[in-house]
Design a protein around this ligand. Structure first.
Ligand code: CTP
Length: 397
């Protein structure tokens, strides 16, 4: 991967992007513009990257560095991309190593703009961005936040973690087992309001669902994550925040028809207060009686609406007779793969980073897995998903 760094204050964040991608196993070749080196020295990138940073068309180790880099790259990421580099790229100008490399490649390109709000919103920049998008260039929009000089507004470079995850997803897009597959994931425990400040909830942290969403994106899937909790590490995909079972049901149903795979890792409340008080219940008014009513079973609704070829993964949280109860849920909810775990065990289930699961499939096979990290379990679940998706394809042809 070529990491192009242009001359903006956010160039220092590109060091972190580089480190994260190298940690993830990517071979990163940095290319710095002359102005980038006013902010960060080439030595810093050379120390962190997989090969020495290149800074010029004329003093690189090989005679024609732009064609070498452009032809050998699987992906080019420009972070930060200044208004100047974006303008030159859109106009087809190649007056330095970075812009020449951008024109000398057929690899996908991810542009991560960073500049002051006035520049970002300038019609010239917006038209250049639109031109690049039309040509198939990926653009990771800048965020709103604190800018150089203390100003606040749109134009801040996307977080390094988000850039790295997006780059990994694009790299996987060429080779990943879930390339082009759309995966809908739910995560976290729902909160059912009693009054404006109190709720009935459960102890789910969302870690398992977030791990599945992150891993699916890394394997090239188009991910939509419907979640009640904010992921601690970035995920490349659409994030839909929700709170209640009702809101989760609505969000899932809005996205389910277009999903090839749905993974229901959320701990959805089975009951919610029948009446929600408009105002905070006061202590002085005595102990309230909270009457509960059932919520919709989202997974059952998905199972009933499942279209041919769609793959449904459920989770079963059990405290006894784990396999028997999970197998019954698999049949009742028309699920293809059930991930059962004993949530009463200390190293498994809610709030911890590890899980001890049994994978049950619709043929009745049960695979008991050892204790492992939730990331590793996410990988095994997605291996099964990838197998099912691969089997589906010949039938469609
Ligand atoms: N689930 C759901 N909607 C609900 C309840 C559960 O979609 N209202 C989903 C969960 O996301 C999970 C699966 O159903 O994938 C099993 O959830 P679990 O809590 O283990 O089972 P329940 O069906 O709620 O049964 P019980 O509480 O009696 O064990």
């Amino acid at each position: 991967m070529v990491l192009g760094v242009a001359g903006g204050i956010a160039a220092y964040k590109a060091v972190e992007v580089c480190r994260r991608l190298v940690d993830a196993g990517v071979h990163v070749a940095p290319v710095l513009t002359a102005d980038a080196q006013r902010f960060v020295g080439a030595v810093t990138f050379s120390a962190v990257a997989s090969e020495p940073a290149r800074t010029s068309l004329w003093d690189a180790p090989e005679p024609i560095p732009h064609t070498h880099l452009g032809q050998s790259a699987d992906l080019i990421v420009v972070a930060p991309a200044t208004a100047n580099v974006i303008g030159k790229y859109a106009a087809g100008i190649s007056d330095d190593l970075l812009t020449a490399t951008l024109l000398a490649t057929r690899a996908p390109v991810l542009v991560c703009p960073a500049m002051h709000t006035e520049m970002w919103e300038h019609v010239a920049v917006q038209e250049n961005i639109a031109t690049l998008r039309r040509r198939g260039v990926h653009v990771l929009e800048p965020e709103a936040g604190r800018l150089a000089g203390g100003d606040v507004g749109a134009g801040r470079l996307a977080e390094p973690g988000v850039i790295a995850e997006t780059a990994l997803a694009l790299l996987a897009g060429g080779i990943g087992a879930l390339t082009g597959v759309s995966v809908l994931v739910t995560a976290g425990g729902t909160r059912e309001a009693i009054d404006p400040v109190r709720f009935v909830g459960n102890r789910s942290s969302g870690k398992m669902g977030h791990a599945v969403a992150r891993e699916a994106a890394r394997r090239g899937a188009r991910v939509t994550l419907v979640t009640t909790t904010t992921p601690v590490a970035p995920i490349a995909g659409e994030i839909v925040p929700v709170e209640s079972a009702d809101a989760m049901h609505e969000a899932v149903m809005a996205h389910a028809a277009g999903a090839d795979v749905v993974v229901m890792a959320a701990a959805v409340a089975d009951f919610r207060p029948k009446a929600v008080a408009d105002q905070k219940l006061k202590k002085g008014d005595g102990v309230p009686e909270v009457v509960l009513e059932p919520t919709i079973d989202i997974l059952s609704a998905l199972g009933r609406a499942k279209r041919p070829g769609q793959f449904l993964v459920g989770f079963a949280a059990e405290t006894e007779s784990v396999v028997e109860h999970a197998a019954a849920k698999l049949r009742a909810k028309n699920v293809d793969l059930m991930v059962a775990n004993d949530v009463a065990a200390e190293d498994s289930g809610f709030e911890v980073d590890t899980n001890r699961a049994v994978l049950l499939d619709s043929t009745g096979r049960a695979l008991e897995l050892p204790l492992m990290g939730k990331d590793a379990l996410a990988g095994l679940i997605l291996d099964r998903v990838a197998d099912a998706v691969a089997k589906k394809e010949p039938q469609q042809a």
